[in-house]
Design a protein around this ligand. Sequence first.
Ligand code: ADP
Length: 384
Amino acid sequence: MATPTKDQVLTALKQVKGPDLSDDIVALGLVAPDDIAVSDGKVILAVRIPAERARELEPMRQAVEKVVAAVPGVSKVTVALTAERRASAAPPPSGAPGAASPPSGAPGPSGGLDAGVKGVSAIIAVASGKGGVGKSTTAVNLALGLKAGGLNVGLLDADIYGPSMPRLLKISGRPEPISGRILKPMENYGLKVMSMGFLVDEETPMIWRGPMVISALTQMLNEVLWGPLDVLVVDMPPGTGDAQLTMAQQVPLAGAVIVSTPQDLALIDARKGLAMFQRTEVPVLGIVENMSYFLCPHCGERSEIFGHGGAESEAARIGVPFLGGVPLDIAVRETSDAGTPVVVSAPESGVAKAYRGIADRVMDRLKQERQAAGRKAPKIVMET
Ligand code: ADP
């Protein structure tokens, strides 16, 4: 079947009326050619709306999805509602003098969306079935472990309800606009980092509704100069609800890492996490068992206080690779609180080695999955 064109998509969009039904969304300037990306049969587009009308306009978003899905040759449609902050609907030319303004509040309206993320070879999600299992801590130290292996690595904090990366990586300030709406990622310890925590003041109460969450995420993916990166690690919001599922569908993920604790005995929550990625056809790279055993800071003795091995045997039982265990170690919490992650502040410690081992296995799994998918393996060389 012929590949759909942007013009065909625009023509289809003219069937959808704008919020007050006065005219169609194209005539109203709510969607412009720049807001549409077409790649093979996949279409991604953004519709500009006032932030406060996001919930009420969800039926309009669905109508857009429906008319685009009906265009011949379209296999997948992703429609994001994006916040409108300008008086005029016409977007300023990207890179035009004066077009860039420092970000305030949520990121600006979306410009040209990308079906993948420019300059990023692989995006991997770090997820958990529930909160408090050490997902963010794992994401940070995994990213730094990959970096220690000689890769160019970025970290996207997709946990917009409780962004933790500014604190975990000791980064403050706001990202600078580079041109138009494109932001420069923040940086520390050699990682490129983006988090809603850099864009919204911690004291500002934010109410996030479904569609706005998705546009915030697509903006942090597509309006940040990430590349060139070998790997972008995404710290997902905890849990396996609809919001998480939609996010997993929005990000072009190469694979997912599930973090679980041994207390989570039958790993019911972890299994929900697995099921979520299986539904989205994202390869599960494996399970990390966090707080696997207790490493006594005084005597160095290892105690299996939670019955170590639960995740490993469960992973084997359900046929998912086990990526490694991380001890419950006070140094992990202390370094996290101090914004000096253990992989960089104590690289010779056992726990840092555990994270680096997990990073190596994640890369091996990624290569396996790519080969299995019949795609060319990424040209990534781990320095050991
Ligand atoms: P999540 O992202 O799953 O909510 P966090 O990464 O924020 O979890 O971790 C929750 C708490 O547990 C934090 O205080 C963190 O420092 C601590 N923590 C995580 N992993 C370990 C570990 N292996 N040893 C000690 N403390 C840990």
